[in-house]
Write a protein that binds this ligand. Structure first.
Ligand SMILES: Nc1ncnc2c1ncn2[C@@H]1O[C@H](COP(=O)(O)OP(=O)(O)OP(=O)(O)O)[C@@H](O)[C@H]1O
Ligand SMILES: [Mg+2]
Length: 255
């Protein structure tokens, strides 16, 4: 049975997309069948996995809004075993276009249903908002993975996200759980980062992944080459930490 994981945080630029791309790539590298779904109009997961958005015929937009089949949207990436459902700027209109649709929160769940069992993991990259796209991701996920940047306002935003998760659990997806929190862009030289990390660990205990993703320039370079870090620089520290995160997730899944 696939584990569907929404990677969400309404705060922008915290490492959602980077985590989807690299975790998905390392799990595929470990022999798992993995699907990444790009639910962000920015389409950064799509570009970061080497798919040219201008050449995408059927994207998640056609699937969610136009009634297209997800089978027509699936693309193979350069990593064996890693498939992608691309996202493009069209998605920016989805919020308004779905406004009067009664099933608007359940579109992704319905779309994924026929293919979800083909995969061991499905990662859904969410946009930096708690709008209809993120709700669609939460509505069909088994777990939410929250990338968290260790900075001053991080915890404030987290409370709002956790409230949304509770609401979704109560209304549309009873088995949604917190899959984990991953600390990203960590700069251990600052006291603030250390303090926030300690605070998060004391609140959330073993829900916080042991692996911490440091701030490293290799991770910001890789997407412009359309490559996950395992291709761009497999011997870097960045590669090491995302490989370790994938390992933790595998161990967690087998419990
Ligand atoms: N650990 C890291 N070290 C350095 N740069 C990073 C790291 N993780 C991500 N980045 C870079 O920071 C920027 C934001 O990361 P990313 O796109 O993954 O965040 P996001 O949460 O998906 O953003 P958005 O909310 O806009 O979708 C990107 O340019 C990315 O390449
Ligand atoms: Mg993103």
């Amino acid at each position: 049975m696939a584990r569907t994981i929404a990677v969400a945080n309404q705060k922008g630029g915290v490492g959602k997309t980077t985590t989807v791309i690299n975790l998905a790539a390392y799990l595929a590298d470990a022999g798992k069948r993995v699907l990444a779904v790009d639910c962000d109009p920015q389409g950064n997961t799509t570009t970061g996995l080497g798919i040219d958005k201008s050449l995408v015929d059927v994207s998640i937009y056609e699937v969610l809004v136009g009634g297209g089949s997800i089978l027509d949207a699936l693309v193979q990436t350069s990593v064996l075993g890693l498939h992608l459902v691309p996202g493009t700027l069209d998605l920016a209109g989805a919020e308004i276009e779905l406004l009067n649709e009664e099933d608007r929160s359940l579109r992704l769940r319905k779309a994924l249903a026929p293919i979800v069992d083909r995969y061991d993991y499905v990662f859904i990259d969410c946009p930096p908002s708690l709008g209809v796209l993120t709700i669609n991701a939460l509505a069909c996920a088994d777990g939410v993975l929250i990338p968290l940047q260790c900075e001053f306002f991080a915890l404030e935003g987290l409370t709002q996200l956790l409230t949304t998760i509770d609401l979704v659990r109560a209304r549309i997806n009873a088995h949604l759980e917190l899959a984990g929190i991953v600390l990203t862009m960590y700069d251990g030289r600052t006291n603030l980062a250390q303090q926030v990390a300690e605070e998060v660990r004391s609140h959330f205990g073993d829900k916080v992944f042991t692996t911490v993703i440091p701030r490293t320039v290799r991770l910001s370079e890789a997407p412009s080459y359309g490559q996950p870090i395992l291709r761009y620089d497999p011997r870097s520290k960045a590669a090491e930490v995302y490989r370790a995160l994938a390992k933790e997730m595998l161990a967690y899944g087998s419990q």
